[in-house]
Each structure stands twice: as C-alpha cells, then as structure tokens.
Design a protein around this ligand. Structure first.
Ligand SMILES: [Mg+2]
Length: 250
C-alpha cells in the first residue's frame, strides 16, 4: 500500500470514467460518508443537497447503503431516495432477509453498561446484532478510548473495530461490510462496484474484491487503507455524486 490517491483529481478521471461507464453498483456507508459526523448518532442528518443528488444518482445507477446502524434506523434515514438494498449492523442485517437477534450482543451490552458506568460522556448503543460504545461526548476522547479498549477486548468472541469516536463490537463469526458488498453485487447482477466509506469498519469492504472489480474510496487520505482512492473530506461527497451523474448524462 502506497497511500490513497485523490479520486476527484485530474489524474484519476479515467479510472472513475471507466467504472461509471461499466455495469457498476454504487455502495455507500452513511455516517461520515453521506452524512457529516454529528455529536450524537440520532442527530446525524443527510444534508438536503446530498439527498437531492442521491435521488438523481439512483436514476442512473443501482445503489446500496451499507451502514453500521441498525437496519430500521438506517432505512428511515435513506428512505425515498431509490436505494435498492440497505444493509445495517455492518452487514449483519439486510433489507432482503430476516436475521436472528443475538443474545450474545445483549449480554455484552448489559456487562458494558455496568463496567463503563463511571466514564463521563460514554454510552452503549445496543443495535441487536452489533453494539457501539460512543465516546464523542467524553471530555478527553483519546484517554477515554484507552480506558474503553481493554474492557471491550475482554468480551468473549468479540471483534473490535474502532470508528469515528465509537468502538464497534461485532460477533467474531458474523458478516461484515465486505460480505455485504459481495452480496449486494450478486443481488444487483452488477460485475463492478464503487464503494465509499470513512472508517475502519469500511476496510472489510475495501478489501473484499480485487481492484479491477472494486473502486474503493476512503473519506480522507490514508496511508494504510485497502482503498486505492480517497475523497479529501466528507463534504466532497456532493462533488463525487455530481461527477457520477455527469458521467452518465453527458
Ligand atoms: Mg462511517
């Protein structure tokens, strides 16, 4: 890995064009990608301009959303856009199938609410199939993270993935965003995908397919991502969406 390249830079126009003109599926993460990161999970909103662009994108491309949020939560946030399939809980839940609730996740939640009770600004979100420990409201984010990590790593059969001011806990043997992306390709009948995501939970998707099949775009430049490309920041998403529309309407 030699670091990501700016997908909206002039030298990357050809690769974006070639994907846009193929039978491509567009797949997006939500928080930090389509929607700016907000102080609390409830307050994250899709900006109206982004929503309008997504409606136009959906008229030209098959599109899916793959989020760490619970399926009901993310479904309400991206309703009436034209998204073909929605995956929640990092791919552990999806709009085309039923999944069984995880007793293990509830147990983790009970245990952590007790163990983390003394940490200010920390709250545990039980999403039935996975769990997030949020610490954005803690007075010292880095120090709080260092207190949370040893505790969550002791849970049985847990996979710990750090996100934007949240620690995500997934069952070790479950699906992930990479599994979701491959399933979305099968469902859509597409042979290529463009996937855009902003944090380490998206790395499963960036690494899920070979580069000739997947154009991976991480929000924010990265030296270590499996994505080959990046957007400068979350607020560049509208420019990417507009470019994708232009490439199919020019
Ligand atoms: Mg995200």
């Amino acid at each position: 890995m030699n670091g990501t390249r700016a997908i909206l830079g002039a030298e990357c126009t050809a690769v974006l064009e070639s994907f846009a003109q193929s039978g491509v599926l567009l797949a997006f993460d939500y928080d930090g990608t389509l929607s700016p990161i907000a102080p609390t999970p409830e307050s994250a909103r899709l900006p109206e301009a982004t929503k309008q662009l997504l409606v136009r994108v959906a008229a030209h491309y098959p599109m899916v959303v793959i989020s760490g949020r619970a399926l009901d939560d993310i479904s309400a946030r991206v309703a009436n856009i034209g998204v073909r399939h929605i995956f929640g809980n990092h791919g552990l839940e999806w709009s085309g199938g039923k999944s069984r609730p995880r007793v293990r996740v509830h147990r983790w939640a009970d245990q952590l609410r007790e163990q983390l009770a003394t940490l200010t600004g920390v709250f545990v979100e039980d999403k039935t199939h996975s769990l997030s420990v949020h610490y954005r409201l803690a007075p010292d984010n880095e120090r709080t993270l260092q207190l949370i990590l040893p505790i969550v790593r002791k849970l049985p059969d847990v996979r710990v993935i750090c996100g934007a001011a949240a620690v995500n806990l997934l069952p070790k043997d479950g699906a992930n965003k990479g599994v979701a992306l491959r399933r979305a390709l099968e469902l859509s009948g597409c042979d290529k995908a463009i996937y855009v995501g902003d944090d380490d939970t998206d790395e499963d998707a960036f690494g899920a397919l070979p580069p000739e099949t997947l154009l991976g775009i991480r929000v924010g430049p990265s030296e270590t991502s499996s994505a080959a490309y990046h957007l400068e920041a979350q607020d560049s998403i509208d420019q990417l969406l507009q470019t994708l529309i232009d490439l199919r309407t020019a």
